[in-house]
Design a protein around this ligand. Sequence first.
Ligand SMILES: Nc1nc2c(ncn2[C@@H]2O[C@H](COP(=O)(O)OP(=O)(O)OP(=O)(O)O)[C@@H](O)[C@H]2O)c(=O)[nH]1
Ligand SMILES: [Mg+2]
Length: 223
Amino acid sequence: MDFVGSDRVWPQGGRSAAAARPGPAPSGLPTARRVAGGPNVISAKIVVGGGFGAGKTTFVGSVSEIVPLTTEAVLTDASASMDDLAATPDKSTTTVAMDFGRLSLDEELILYLFGTPGQHRFWFMWDDLVRGAIGAVVLVDTRRLADCFAAVDFFEDRGLPYIIGVNCFDGVLSHRVEDVREALAIESAVPIIPCDARERESTKNTLIALVEHAMRRSVAARA
Ligand SMILES: Nc1nc2c(ncn2[C@@H]2O[C@H](COP(=O)(O)OP(=O)(O)OP(=O)(O)O)[C@@H](O)[C@H]2O)c(=O)[nH]1
Ligand SMILES: [Mg+2]
């Protein structure tokens, strides 16, 4: 993904460093489970979080090898004062519970993908959705960077390994990865992956980066 952006500083500033305190490292990947289908087949749960309209449902849908389960509700005039559609004028629905999809990374590893709702009024569901997950992708739209701060805080507070997926809405990376890292106040070990949520290969590579990151965290925690 080529960088074509500017050195623009986000008007809303970055995430507060105080909020970036790392959570406790996970003790391993206890929630990756062996499943029927062969003695070496394991499954793992992945959560896809982020702000309203960052592309979570699109991300799960583009990579899922089954027809994804979605829980979309039509956006009506009643939500116009709360839901900012300026950056995504074609958006007509929003997730009210979760997205669900499945991806076989290879013959031995199946990922179950759970997309979260983005709107704050549905955030009470996040605690249930992350239970048993090995890690999370936080999808970021750099035009509305601050919308992802709460998701980053959420995963850090729970000590769940996460990576940042910068969803390149116009097919281009409009801010440098290091600028995104600084604005989000996240440690250098957390991968930031430019991606296109509409593209299967891009989404798959982002998920591979998360699995590798979660495994590194697991090994480090056990050392
Ligand atoms: N151009 C472009 N549009 C995208 C991309 N990803 C998502 N969209 C569009 O952006 C809008 C929002 O995408 P969703 O996948 O519904 O976003 P979401 O994060 O699931 O939204 P909520 O569940 O409401 O928080 C939709 O109209 C998508 O078609 C992208 O990578 N590029
Ligand atoms: Mg959604």
